[in-house]
Design a protein around this ligand. Structure first.
Ligand code: GLA
Length: 663
């Protein structure tokens, strides 16, 4: 799906306001350059006040107003928060936690994803919406559900238990196969009959890891089934209207976005960087690179971000002047074709009344609203960017089933996969290198360097793909605790890195996790630093030792290894080098892969990304640092956001400054 321009707007909840406010909304939206709003997300109780009795009149008028104002609707299916009557009539739709506690109505998302009753009522509403609004002139996009899996990541109730058993039967066929896959000879867990199988509810001690992993897979499937149910209804009514559902940024553990992306026409993401965190834009960037990669570079939609403060962190900082603009352009630089916010008009009541909005409750003559208008005008003037694409030579591999498995309990030490990703992605970002974040089944052919942090769960298919990448001349960097188990949480025979032993030219004999806050000395070819989190007793089997541990029991043993294989080379890190040393390792590996930064000699803190389309190319420069930065361009270019029409070959960016240079 290609957008004619970069879309601008946000969530619009007119049901929270009397109708006489709507006309003012339309006027101010037009003045602010709004081109798309997400409507109806939480309107179920208003459009279906009693089961099967609909009140669509007010919503008709909302959509008519939007159409008259020339504003598109990202029309929600309204199923994210069922009305109170649903659980009054059918209490079994309410979800249960692992400890048996029921999650009651009073907030939102209080439904069991496996519930046939919820699904039936949701489907009935979506049929109504699709039939009624499928040809409405305001309709641009279907917004299915909202942030699936945000609050209820899994449900452990009896309805879910039955659905889990059905799912397991489909997967394994018979109980013997299930017993084998779940290693149930351990601790007398053997099942004699399907009726004995349950979700991994709160138990006396560590639960069965294979059961937990399958339950995570099942829960993702159960939630996805809610989405595809609605999606299929919409496709039947309106095959030409694109549809999406908004993912939670930077990346959300229960929802395998790679699988979900294939079920949508365009991927969208909600992103809430924390203004208190000086590295928050790097984390956000990881999420943007992931959603872009989820549909192989297709432009994506920034579906929500806060105009200023959120209300749901412990402490909620406003975005200082210029930050909203900077972070919005960052999303566009990294491939977004929409800059949308939560939400248009600040709520006067309810749990989000302290969340910022494009139109604060203090009105239009406010700092935030002025910045919104300025940004809206800039975005409108940059329409030519729509549809252009980002390209990357580097890929970082992320896998949801691995995420579910690697953070399991009763491991040598707790591991945080996102922290591992940050440690690898950050130095690449800081080096001004563009990186995709890809699933294990991605086509790796276009990448020079593939980075694989902590891929504990490794299938032979993924191992084969990594081997092929190196064999044909690619460079690979793998870090510790990789290739430990297969898809059923059984150890790979012979130990880690399992099916990658030949490629990496080494064998991990023992895991030596470091104590809490402990570090270990590292010597990388004369450069000294510390290893964090983890260490391993590695026996090289063909790999060359590039760095060693310099402390404690592992003194002198290999910490960083490199193995030539086919036309390429595979590197291994048996610890997590401290940030400075990690940067040095990654710079070295990147140099070997022949991956250059977007521009040479870029100042620290300046992010540089290119988008390409046909003969056009755009260079985005974003100053995330606190001091002005000057960038010399390889050739004169025009800044789409600048006041001058004349090309320049020297760009000076104030702190939070942005330039979009056409070449
Ligand atoms: C999420 C939801 C929105 C709103 C915002 C607040 O992204 O989708 O409905 O609650 O958070 O930040």
């Amino acid at each position: 799906m290609t957008m004619p321009r970069i879309l601008f707007g946000g969530d619009y909840n007119p049901e929270q306001w009397p109708e006489d406010v709507w006309a003012e909304d339309m006027k101010l939206m037009v003045e602010a350059g709004v081109s798309l709003v997400s409507v109806g997300i939480f309107a179920w109780a208003q459009v279906e006040p009693r089961p099967g009795e609909y009140d669509f009149g007010w919503f008709d008028r909302v959509l008519d107003h939007l159409a008259d104002a020339g504003i598109g609707a990202s029309l929600a299916t309204m199923t994210a928060s069922p009305p109170p009557w649903l659980s009054r009539l059918h209490p079994e739709v309410l979800p249960n936690r692992a400890d048996g506690v029921t999650l009651w109505p009073g907030a939102r998302q209080h439904y069991c994803p496996s519930s046939p009753v919820y699904r039936e009522h949701a489907a009935r509403l979506v049929e109504q919406l699709a039939g009624r609004y499928g040809s409405h002139p305001a309709l641009r996009l279907w917004h299915v559900g909202n942030e699936y899996g945000c609050h209820v990541r899994a449900c452990y109730c009896d309805v879910s238990a039955a659905d889990f058993r059905r799912w397991l039967r489909d997967r394994y066929g018979d109980v013997d196969a299930l017993n084998a896959a779940w290693s149930t000879t351990f601790w007398s867990q053997r099942y004699d009959d399907w009726s004995e199988v349950l979700p991994p509810r709160t138990a006396p001690t560590f639960g069965n890891p294979a059961q937990k992993l399958d339950f995570a897979r099942f829960s993702d499937d159960a939630i996805l089934a809610c989405y595809t149910l609605e999606r299929d209804i919409l496709r039947r009514h309106t095959p030409d209207v694109p549809l999406t559902t908004n993912f939670i940024g930077l990346v959300h553990k229960p929802i395998d976005s790679f699988r979900w992306a294939a079920e949508q026409d365009v991927v969208s993401l909600d992103s809430y960087p924390d203004p208190y965190d000086p590295r928050t834009h790097v984390d956000a960037g990881f999420g943007y690179d992931l959603v872009r990669s989820a549909r192989r570079g297709q432009p994506w939609l920034l579906m929500e971000q806060a105009p200023s403060a959120v209300n749901w962190r412990e402490r909620n900082a406003p975005k200082p002047p210029g930050v909203m603009r900077l972070w919005s352009w960052q999303a566009v630089a990294q491939g977004a074709d929409a800059v949308l916010f939560f939400q248009w008009r600040q709520a006067a009541g309810g749990a989000e009344k302290f969340h910022s909005a494009m139109l604060p409750h203090t009105g239009e003559h406010t700092r935030t609203h002025r910045e919104v208008r300025e940004l809206g005008a800039e975005i409108a003037a940059a329409a030519e960017l729509a549809g252009t694409r980002v390209q990357a030579d580097v890929a970082l591999l992320h896998d949801w089933p691995n995420w579910w498995a690697v953070e399991g309990d009763a491991h040598p030490a707790p591991l945080d996969l996102l922290a591992a990703h940050r440690a690898h992605y950050g130095p690449v970002f800081d080096a001004h290198v563009t990186c995709d974040v890809v699933p294990p089944d991605a086509d790796l052919a276009g990448y020079r360097l593939v980075i694989v942090p902590n891929l504990y769960l490794l299938s032979t298919a993924t191992a084969d793909a990594l081997r092929a990448h190196v064999h044909r001349g690619g460079i690979l960097l793998v870090s510790y605790f990789t290739g430990v188990v297969d898809e059923t949480e059984r150890l790979h025979p012979g130990g880690a890195p399992g099916p990658l032993r030949d490629l990496l030219g080494l064998r991990v004999e023992e895991f030596w996790p470091l104590p809490v806050d402990g570090t270990i000395g590292l010597n990388l070819g004369g450069r000294h630093g510390r290893g964090l989190e983890w260490s391993e007793w590695v026996e090289p089997a063909g790999a060359q030792v590039m760095g060693t541990f310099t402390d404690g029991e592992l003194t002198g043993r290999p910490a960083v290894l490199r193995h030539s294989y086919g036309e390429g080379a595979a590197w291994y890190l048996a610890t997590r080098p401290d940030p400075a040393l990690m940067r040095a390792v990654l710079d070295q590996v990147r140099a070997e892969a022949g991956v250059a930064p977007v521009l040479p000699d870029l100042p620290d803190g300046v992010q540089a990304v290119r988008r390409h389309g046909g003969y056009r190319s755009y260079l985005f420069l974003l100053n995330h640092g606190g001091t002005p930065a000057t960038v010399a361009l390889p050739a004169p270019a025009v800044d789409l956001l600048g006041e001058q029409d004349a090309p320049t070959d020297l760009v000076t960016l104030p702190p939070r400054g942005v330039a979009v240079l056409r070449s």
